[in-house]
Ligand binder design. Structure first.
Ligand code: SAM
Length: 191
């Protein structure tokens, strides 16, 4: 089964958790991966990796450099990821649990790339846990469907990001995403 079909089937099974009927586009990933250093061995932490549409693009960008961790709560999708990408460290867990575990291991991350449902990002504790893993020059990027920015928890999520980070920038609408999306890029956690 193609990855798009795998992903869409999971959306039908669990629309609230899966959060999108279609995988994120390459165009939205280009914006979300802009903070990824072009040299060296960066560590990327992907949150909500799905069937791997976004992981494939991260892998392409890393081209064997650094480290790529991918967190996915759905065990069927996590299994697809592990099979497709042997070089990716797949963690099948709730993002909150995975962040706490990475903190205990003192893992440092250059880019947290999240395509999680936005409702998670309204929790300041969740955003702070992700921010605490970042290296000084690191960034957190969150892809969200543009229409979802009208929902009340989108405003709460943006508020949480502003509380935790000094710089929060929302991209222009990426029209080549279905549905159109924006990417929020947050840098410089308030320590
Ligand atoms: C919008 S999809 C993104 C999938 C893929 N990264 C993409 O962009 O096409 C969100 C993904 O987050 C996962 N997810 C939802 N809640 C989660 C949680 N609490 N912890 C970890 N993953 C979660 C879903 O199972 C789903 O695969």
């Amino acid at each position: 089964m193609s990855d798009v079909l795998t992903f869409t089937r999971e959306f039908v099974r669990s629309p609230w958790t899966t959060a999108s009927p279609l995988p994120t586009s390459g165009a939205a990933c280009d914006v979300a991966l802009a903070p990824l250093p072009a040299r060296g061995d960066p560590v990327v932490l992907e949150l909500g990796a799905g069937a791997g549409a976004t992981s494939a693009i991260v892998q392409h960008r890393l081209a064997g450099r650094g480290r790529h961790l991918a967190v996915e709560v759905n065990p069927r999708l996590a299994a697809v990821l592990a099979q497709r990408f042997p070089a990716v460290e797949v963690v099948c867990a709730e993002a909150v649990v995975a962040l706490a575990d990475l903190a205990t291991r003192e893992t440092r991350v250059d880019l947290v790339f999240s395509t999680l449902p936005l409702s998670l990002a309204e929790d300041r504790g969740f955003v702070a846990a992700a921010a605490a893993l970042l290296t000084p020059g690191g960034a957190l990027t969150q892809v969200q469907h543009s229409w979802a920015r009208l929902l009340p928890w989108a405003r709460a999520a943006e508020q949480a990001l502003h509380e935790v980070f000094e710089e929060v920038v929302v991209s222009r609408t990426v029209w080549r995403n279905a549905p159109p999306a924006t990417v929020t890029i947050a840098r410089r956690p308030r320590r």
